[in-house]
Design a binder for this molecule. Structure first.
Ligand SMILES: NC(=O)c1ccc[n+]([C@@H]2O[C@H](COP(=O)([O-])OP(=O)(O)OC[C@H]3O[C@@H](n4cnc5c(N)ncnc54)[C@H](O)[C@@H]3O)[C@@H](O)[C@H]2O)c1
Length: 271
């Protein structure tokens, strides 16, 4: 990726972007936006996680600022966006990346709290953050919102489960609603649908998913692949793509056979 400074003068907020080198999609997206010249606000749940990415970006010559908060809490969402505008005078780009995934029990055994928590973080979080950011974007007649969904939002997520799949599906609907509602205000809203991301935690836990000949599965590089597309969609002159749900899956979602194999390797009974 070239480091053209498309985003010079812009302020970007990336949720769930902590843990620096040990982070996943969010940290990679934050690094990519900084490389393209944006001032980046890094959000996560702990000071330690936030500081890791902020330090990494600063060491590479980028500008970053960290803020701790829970995206599923509407008061936290407003506080974090307002603090960003207070500090930088504006917010141009919001990337709703923070999410809870992971294996959960099958539906007939799924406890209420797991359902509510995942839907709160994965779907209500992007709503609360977008609502808070839009209040500042609308008067400026400019904004770029990129939601990080999942291929699970359009294909059943074998390795995830009902709340994740449902929330990521809902995120596509929220994206389209916002795209249509805010088109007259120069605000674009898109959702990316990745498959496997080169997340160090997942790679440590399930190295088998990222090895062998099964390269169609991924893994996607957080900075060079996902971050690159987010940075492109955030450009000022890319106002013509909005309401798009873009699979980042190397074609996997078009190939039922690979999904069956993926499910088998994940140890799930698919009948
Ligand atoms: N990992 C994959 O293979 C994969 C596949 C498809 C889609 N995705 C999606 O891509 C995005 C990035 O995934 P990733 O696995 O690379 O994760 P990531 O490393 O970007 O981690 C998510 C971060 O969100 C933070 N977080 C969790 N709850 C939060 C909350 N309530 N408020 C603020 N921060 C919170 C976590 O602490 C973590 O650092 C997610 O939206 C995920 O659903 C991931």
């Amino acid at each position: 990726m070239t480091d053209e400074r498309w985003l010079e003068g812009m302020v970007a907020f990336v949720t769930g972007a902590g843990r620096g080198e040990d982070g996943g999609g969010g940290a990679g997206i934050a690094r990519a936006l900084a490389r393209h010249g944006a001032r980046v606000v890094v959000n996560d749940l702990t000071e330690e996680a936030v500081a890791a990415t902020v330090t990494q970006i600063q060491q590479r010559g980028g500008e970053a600022w960290g803020i701790v908060g829970d995206v599923s809490n509407p008061r936290d969402a407003e506080r974090m966006i307002d603090a960003t505008v207070e500090r930088f005078g504006q917010i141009d780009i919001l990337v709703n990346n923070a999410a809870l995934g992971g294996l959960v029990p099958a539906i007939e055994r799924l406890p209420d709290d797991i359902w509510h928590r995942q839907v709160a973080v994965d779907l209500s979080g992007p709503f609360f953050m977008s609502r808070a950011a839009l209040r500042h974007m609308i008067p400026r007649r400019f904004g770029r919102i990129v939601n990080i969904g999942s291929l699970a939002g359009i294909r059943t997520g074998f390795v995830s489960g009902a709340p994740y799949t449902t929330a990521k599906s809902g995120l596509i609907g929220l994206t389209r609603q916002m795209a249509a509602e805010f088109a007259p205000f120069g605000i674009t809203v898109n959702v990316l649908l990745p498959t496997g991301i080169r997340n160090p935690a997942i790679m440590r836990r399930r190295p088998d998913l990222f090895q062998g000949n099964d390269r169609q599965l991924g893994p996607l590089d957080p900075e060079e692949e996902i971050g690159k597309l987010v940075a492109f969609l955030a450009r000022r002159d890319v106002g013509f793509i909005s309401g798009a749900a873009i699979p980042l899956d190397r074609g996997l979602g078009s190939a039922l056979g690979n999904f069956v194999e993926y499910a088998r390797r994940s140890g799930k009974d698919i009948g």
